[in-house]
Design a protein around this ligand. Structure first.
Ligand SMILES: [Zn+2]
Length: 60
């Protein structure tokens, strides 16, 4: 395993971790049934996406 040659300063360590903050979960509102859903996915409640229903194609 590689071993670091020099100690990393607190400032450098913390600036690397400046991008690690947790962000709130992305949600979008379904235009068909107004429930919360993931963006760019079909609605889990009614199966609509892009103005069409994909519920009937869910077989196999
Ligand atoms: Zn929906």
């Amino acid at each position: 395993m590689a071993v670091p040659r020099n100690r990393m300063s607190n400032a450098r360590k913390n600036s690397r971790r400046s991008h690690h903050a947790k962000r709130p979960k992305l949600t979008a509102k379904c235009p068909n049934c107004d429930s919360q859903k993931l963006p760019h996915t079909a609605c889990s409640a009614c199966g609509h996406y892009a103005g069409r229903s994909y519920q009937a194609t869910r077989e196999g």
